[in-house]
Design a protein around this ligand. Structure first.
Ligand code: ATP
Ligand code: MG
Length: 333
């Protein structure tokens, strides 16, 4: 029996962070035993807002690949591949751009947020505005039906499915399957600065490769409740970044609920909850960082994993591209 296909990926804009872990990597670790999984090192998508810093995008490829392997992605089970070396993805993107309007792209809530966040004003790179069509190409080229992503990505999967329906309607048959987003309950992880989303580009992330000192400093600087001045004051748990992170990573739920109650009543200091969070993050990141340090000593191995994965993905995506070209009724050679 063939397994359902999973496609997801990460922009190669820097090392992965604990938001990726909670938002998507945990699901990917589970899927590699039950599904056929592809992970895309999304360097062409990273270029859509980093065209003037291609070095960052290139260096990010190794960073993200190392993070995948260090966190437990097994290349024998999951195919890791490089977006810029899969020509069918670019070709499908060009075809799909004819099945989406500029107005629809501009209305996409994720794109709207990201355009605002990046301060593009009216100078939006065309590649950036159009990346939802490219993402539709990524997903459908693998005929993926399952896409484990963070909550911020839901509108993009919706837009992918709109394109799929239009292609299928034009073809008069189901050339492509629709995809389902798998979004973790925890939602998106905020940044250490309290901003709505931790992101590589936001400078508000704790990397999965962070050193013990970096973890300690990030927790120390974390935003709690500005009105919780003395230990005996009642404090707010909602919107308190330390508690949001404890919610995401503390497995001892009973103790956590007790701590929340005590914090609300008053009598629990910020330093105590920060120490607890720091211990949890050190224990989560420590082993990953150690494995990553080992793997980084053998870049040839990592490169080989990417090469072999890209090779496998190339024939798969090329087949889909031909099916779409044929389905659309274009000339076939
Ligand atoms: P960039 O700032 O370059 O956009 P990013 O940190 O947003 O980087 P992406 O590569 O864009 O990371 O996202 C990869 C995947 O990780 C997506 O599925 C996204 O939904 C998920 N993800 C990213 N940040 C978070 C977060 N803070 N919480 C939950 N999921 C996240
Ligand atoms: Mg992002």
């Amino acid at each position: 029996m063939t397994r359902p296909v999973v496609l997801t990926g990460d922009r190669t804009t820097g090392p992965l962070h604990i938001g990726h872990y909670a938002g998507s990597l945990l699901n990917r670790l589970r899927f590699q035993d039950t599904h056929e999984q592809f992970l895309l090192l999304a360097d062409t998508q990273a270029l859509t807002d980093n065209a003037h810093t291609p070095d960052k995008v290139r260096l990010g490829v190794m960073e993200v690949a190392l993070d995948y392997l260090a966190i437990g992605i097994d290349p024998a089970k999951t195919t890791i591949c490089l977006q810029s070396h899969l020509p069918a993805l670019a070709e499908l993107s060009m075809l799909y751009l004819n099945f989406v309007t500029v107005a629809r792209l501009e209305r996409n809530p994720t794109i709207k947020d990201e355009i605002r966040g990046r301060g593009f004003g009216r100078d939006i790179p065309a590649g950036f505005l159009c990346y939802p069509a490219a993402q539709a190409a990524d997903i459908t080229a693998f005929k993926a039906t399952v896409v484990p992503v963070g909550e911020d990505q839901a509108p993009l999967i919706e837009q992918t499915n709109e394109i799929v329906r239009r292609i299928n309607t034009t073809a008069g048959r189901a050339v492509l399957p629709e995809a389902q987003a798998v979004i973790p309950q925890a939602g998106r992880l905020p940044g250490v600065d309290g901003k709505a989303k931790m992101s590589k580009s936001g400078g508000n992330a704790i990397a999965l490769s962070a050193s013990p000192d970096e973890i300690a400093a990030a927790v120390k600087a974390m935003f709690t409740d500005p009105n919780h001045l003395r230990v005996e004051d009642p404090g707010r748990v909602e919107g308190n970044v330390v508690f949001t992170y404890l919610d995401a990573f503390d497995e001892d739920r009973t103790t956590l609920e007790e701590l929340k109650a005590q914090y609300r009543r008053g009598g629990l200091g910020d330093s105590k909850i920060k120490r607890r969070l720091e211990d949890i993050l050190q224990a989560l990141i420590g082993p990953t960082r150690e494995r990553r340090t080992q793997l980084a000593k053998d870049p040839a191995y990592v490169l080989d994993v990417i090469r072999r994965g890209t090779e496998k993905a190339r024939s798969r995506t090329e087949t889909t591209k031909r099916e779409v070209v044929e389905g659309l009724g274009l000339f076939m050679l």
